[in-house]
Design a protein around this ligand. Structure first.
Ligand code: ZN
Length: 175
């Protein structure tokens, strides 16, 4: 009897990442913690070219700026426009995000033409920790599946490490 076909080709949750992916996803966690230190929500993002060149590094600064679009991934994508990164470089690049990109950020990633995404904590776990968050629960996999070009998306990944970023209180004491 033939095995049932896979529903899709996504890697199973919790599969080990390559050393390179793990390195840069952990770098996104570092930026997430940096955001928290500055009083922002703990989200970080790093964009890395296929040759290992770092194209952008960013963190969420919504609380610092009052700009609700200042998510880590949005801030990283904005950096790619100044100076402008060549489209062919972005097609081979990976965006690492400490948590699952929201619908806004996933759309921006599609507009940027980034070819690959790796994220840490998934929406389901994030919303268990912070059910008060505003936003859409539209899955980034769905956004990417509807992009006009192929985007590979891996996540959730390094879940236990990602949870460590989000489990504590998000904002430092106001003392
Ligand atoms: Zn977002």
């Amino acid at each position: 009897m033939l095995a049932a076909p896979m529903m899709d080709d996504r890697p199973p949750e919790g599969q080990p990442l390559s050393a390179t992916d793990a390195k840069y996803l952990r770098q996104a966690f570092v930026w997430a913690n940096a955001a928290r230190t500055r009083g922002n929500r703990p989200f970080g993002a790093v964009v890395v070219a296929a040759d290992g060149r770092i194209l952008a590094e960013a963190f969420s600064n919504t609380r610092e700026t009052g700009d609700c679009t200042g998510h880590a991934e949005m801030n990283a994508v904005r950096q790619l426009g100044n100076p402008r990164v060549a489209p062919e470089l972005l097609a081979g690049a990976t965006l690492y995000a400490s948590a699952q990109p929201c619908a806004m950020c996933a759309g921006a990633i599609c507009n940027a033409g980034i070819g690959r995404v790796v994220f840490g904590l998934d929406d389901t776990r994030l919303l268990q920790i912070r059910p008060d968050l505003r936003g859409s629960t539209l899955d980034c996999h769905t956004v990417f599946d509807n992009a006009t070009y192929a985007i590979t998306c891996i996540g959730p990944a390094l879940v236990n490490e990602a949870l460590a970023v989000y489990e504590d209180s998000w904002f430092p004491p106001s003392s």
